[in-house]
Every structure is written in C-alpha cells, then in structure tokens.
Design a protein around this ligand. Structure first.
Ligand code: SAM
Length: 276
C-alpha cells in the first residue's frame, strides 16, 4: 500500500492516531525533507527509515518506491506540512503507483486550505483551489483573469512577501470582492481577516505580513448586475477612466477589463483610447 500521510501544519497535536500507526508500520517514509520529518518522528518516538522525496528528485524516486511496493512493502509519503500532493510533492508517485496497479490511499488530516475555507464564512458549497498564483505580475494578472467568471469561492496559497501585491492584483482584476485571509492556522498567532479586498490590501500596508497565508476570494456573482450592464450607458473611454479612478489601475489594465466587459478585442479598445 502507498499511503499519503498528512502531517501538522503548525500544531504538533494535529496528527491522527492512524497516521502515527501507519508511520510506525510502513517499511519506508518518503519525505519532502528528511530532517524536518525526523523532528516529527522523534517527537512521537518513531524510528522508521526515511528517504528524501522532493520536487527535484520526485521522478527518480518513483522507481525505488515502486520497487518497494513490488516487494509487498508499504510506503508512506509525507510532505513538510499538510497533505502530500496538495501544492506539495506527491502527485507523480501517486500516478505511477496507480498506473502500476498498486493500492494507494490518503489518510484524512490537516490541509491548510480546507481549514481556512471551513472557517472563512464564505461559500463552501463550491470552491476552486488555485494553489499559488504566478510570481510575475503579468502572469498573475492573466491567471486572475482566467478565474474572473468562476462562481465558486476562489482559494489560493500565498507567501507573506507577495500577499500585498496579490491582493492589489486581485482587486484590479476582480473588483472589490469579499475575501478572507487566514493566517498562521493552528499556530499561536492564528488570525482570520474577513474583509473586502481593498481593506485587506490596506491592512497589509500598515501591518507587515508575517507567517503563512491562505487567501479566499468570493466567486463571481452573476445575480449582481455584471459590470457591462451597470455601465452600458457609459462610453468606452469614460468606462476606462472610471475603472482607472475607482480601482487605481493603469490605463492598460483598464483597457483589458473593458475589452472583457464589452466582449471586444483589446486592440480595438486600445485604438479608441489612443485616438481620444
Ligand atoms: N500540503 C500543504 C497543505 O496540505 O495545506 C500545503 C503546502 S504549500 C507548499 C504551503 C502553503 O500552504 C503556505 O505557503 C501557505 O500558503 C499554506 N499554509 C500551510 N500551512 C499554513 C498555516 N498554518 N496557515 C496558513 N496557511 C498555511
């Protein structure tokens, strides 16, 4: 059996009795970082052999792990925190084991976005987990544009040094939607900030972002009049200016939004803008 074993995301108590038993009984634990996992194993007096299994050797390790499964041994996969395979290594070996016909199972347990979503107060009936947004501004804008019409709650992981620019870009592309920042879950300084995007962005201008973050943004709401309907009477150029003023965005970003709102090409909007 190949086991995916979730581990604590901040509080060592968040490990199940079953996870401890599996970690004790398997022949081998494949770890994202063996030193990191060793601390957890030491804490629970476990001395199961470990090997490294991370994004740089994920493909090479597959053969070794499949060989152990072939010998009827069980192997556990763990990442540094939370559920392996969720924004963490794991998916490659799972696919390989499934393809080779070995049984694969995941133990239920800690996963940052599930905890954040459950306590966010936002729509949990449907959600879209988007993982980490791209680091570069243009790519991040494009990724957000792709998500703009999704009605489910949007869920992201984000690093502290990028949370402010991520909120700023989300505000530019999605408008001032309701959002939640879930910070340092299960740790001493756990915090939920449930505010519109603009206020969240301002919050991090006066509070240095520290720790680990999950960002949740309300999905597109088709019941509210869509921007195109709200602004039907506005001329194209007036709409660009309104967006620039209201959202504090560049002419280029506003041109992109208007082209989407009105269903006309960016080039056409741009040509009208430069003729003004
Ligand atoms: N596999 C993990 C899981 O199941 O949640 C996610 C691993 S991913 C590399 C790490 C990201 O998860 C962090 O950058 C942060 O966005 C989020 N995260 C992990 N632990 C967290 C915590 N205690 N509080 C808030 N976010 C957390």
């Amino acid at each position: 059996m190949l086991y995916l074993v979730p581990t604590p995301i901040g509080n060592l108590e968040d490990i199940t009795l079953r996870a401890l038993r599996v970690l004790k009984e398997v022949a081998l634990i494949a770890c994202e970082d063996t030193r990191h996992t060793r601390k957890l194993l030491n804490h629970y007096n476990l001395d199961t052999p470990t090997i490294s299994y991370h994004e740089h050797n994920e493909h090479d390790r597959v053969a070794l792990i499949l060989e152990r499964l072939q010998q009827n041994q069980s192997v556990a996969i763990v990442s540094d925190a939370g559920m392996p395979g969720i924004s963490d290594p794991g998916a490659v070996i799972v696919r390989a084991a499934v393809t080779a016909g070995f049984p694969v199972t995941a133990l239920p347990g800690p996963c940052a976005f599930v905890a954040a979503l459950a306590a966010s107060g936002m729509n949990t009936e449907s959600f879209y987990f988007a993982g980490f947004l791209p680091a570069k501004k243009q790519a991040r804008h494009n990724a957000l544009q792709q998500l703009a019409q999704i009605e489910a709650t949007l869920v992201f992981y984000e690093a502290p040094h990028r949370i402010h620019e991520c909120l700023r870009d989300a505000l530019e592309v999605l408008g001032n939607r309701q959002a939640t920042v879930a910070r340092e879950l299960s740790k001493h300084f756990e915090q939920y900030l449930r505010l519109p995007l603009k206020e969240l962005m301002h919050h991090f201008e006066t509070h240095e972002p520290r720790g680990e973050f999950v960002l949740l943004i309300a999905g597109y709401n088709p019941v509210e009049p869509a921007p195109a309907t709200q602004t039907e009477s506005e001329t194209l150029l007036a709409r660009i200016e309104t967006l620039m003023q209201e959202r504090g965005i560049s002419a280029n970003a506003a041109i992109k939004l208007v082209s989407q709102e009105r269903g006309i090409s960016k080039r056409e909007v741009y040509n009208q803008w430069i003729k003004k």
